[in-house]
Design a binder for this molecule. Structure first.
Ligand SMILES: NC(=O)c1ccc[n+]([C@@H]2O[C@H](COP(=O)([O-])OP(=O)(O)OC[C@H]3O[C@@H](n4cnc5c(N)ncnc54)[C@H](O)[C@@H]3O)[C@@H](O)[C@H]2O)c1
Length: 330
């Protein structure tokens, strides 16, 4: 049984607590910290977790195996570094941190301390995207020629003190939302030769819409994101990937998930779904899916550190760099 101390009892903290409840044979929620005591207490209800109003105090809680950092992005670096330096393993939400300089310090600290860590680049664990990665590596449909990834969201209005809408704290949509597809495109297709971007920022410079294009030899990836749609829209993520021998399509909004072979026909893809519990925490996400998968995988890595580091801190660091590079090109 691994004891977790969770820092940040907001939207993602709630999601992770639901996942740990579903993982109760592996994880005990030992402590929860939030500057908003009511939020921490509400989340701790029924878990037996000790509540703290200071993240530093939580780091001193005895016998923790790891901390789970669900703080606003601008606080990730401080507490990821402090946790590893205190001897704790770390799961930190995406984006890894707010700036490239912070990212380098985090990666350096992990090297120095040797702690097990993972960044919440959850799309690497999302069933339909895991399938895409596997089918690409199998070579079944040949090489990728073009790939388009989309992420369209309603305006995220839940953040404590509206930190998401402060560029200094969140990096705006480009770093917060778009980073999911940027990270996955590079995970799938490798380091691009060139990055191009266009988009729209609000009057304060906060990105609202962005399209990032990655150029490769003989292939191209385009990622498009926005978080300005009406509340009722929720979240849609989608991809269309054109291989040499077929085109794969996924759209979470319509439920379409299929392959069009080049020589005709349509093959629907049906997966054995991993944990699909209702997230029950509001926001724009309705199932535990990839969040459960990534945390379950992290507990397996704690038990067996030789397992592959699918969402390593250095991968998270590179995705922060690329997201900010795209934003600066808008
Ligand atoms: N993986 C995903 O799909 C996904 C989705 C949403 C958010 N996120 C990420 O999760 C992180 C948290 O986002 P959120 O939407 O949960 O935000 P949120 O505002 O809902 O929650 C953040 C919590 O941290 C608390 N907090 C702030 N400063 C603190 C401090 N110094 N000490 C202790 N607690 C403090 C706040 O009171 C709040 O409860 C962000 O980095 C965000 O990018 C990831």
């Amino acid at each position: 049984m691994f004891k977790v101390g969770l820092i940040g009892a907001g939207f993602m903290g709630g999601m992770h607590v639901n996942c740990y409840k579903a993982l109760s044979d592996k994880v005990e929620i030992a402590a929860i910290a939030d500057v908003r005591e009511d939020a921490a207490k509400a989340l701790a209800e029924g878990t037996g977790a000790v509540v703290y109003t200071s993240a530093d105090e939580l780091l001193r809680h005895p016998d923790l195996d790891f901390v789970d950092i669900c703080l606003p992005t601008y606080l990730h670096a401080e507490f990821t570094i402090k946790a590893m330096e205190s001897g704790l393993n770390v799961f930190v939400e995406k984006p890894l941190c707010r700036t490239s300089e912070e990212a380098a310090k985090i990666v350096e600290t992990q090297k120095k301390t040797g702690k097990i860590a993972q960044v919440g680049q959850v799309i690497r664990f999302w069933d339909e995207y895991v399938w895409l990665k596997e089918v690409t590596e199998s070579g079944k449909y040949g090489k990728i020629k073009t790939a388009t990834f989309k992420r369209f969201s309603s305006y995220p209005d839940w953040a404590a003190e509206n930190w998401l809408h402060c560029f200094e704290k969140s990096g705006g949509m480009a770093l917060d939302l778009h980073v999911h597809d940027i990270d996955f495109a590079r995970y799938l297709m490798g380091e691009p030769k060139e990055v191009r971007a266009s988009g729209l920022n609000d009057a304060s410079g906060l990105s609202e819409y962005i399209t990032t294009t990655y150029l490769y030899d003989g292939a191209i990836a385009t990622c498009e994101g926005t978080w300005n749609y009406p509340k009722e829209f929720g979240l849609t993520m989608a991809y269309v990937v054109e291989f040499e021998k077929a085109t794969a399509v996924f759209n979470s909004g319509t439920g379409k998930f299929c392959v069009y072979p080049k020589d005709g026909g349509v093959e629907n893809v049906v997966l054995d779904k991993s944990f699909e519990g209702d997230s029950d925490i509001g926001g724009n996400i309705s199932s535990l899916g990839g969040y459960y998968n990534e945390l379950e995988y992290f507990t397996r890595r704690l038990a067996d550190p030789t397992l592959s580091d699918i969402a390593s801190l250095s991968e998270g660091a590179r995705s922060v760099e690329l997201a900010l590079e795209g934003y600066l090109k808008v």
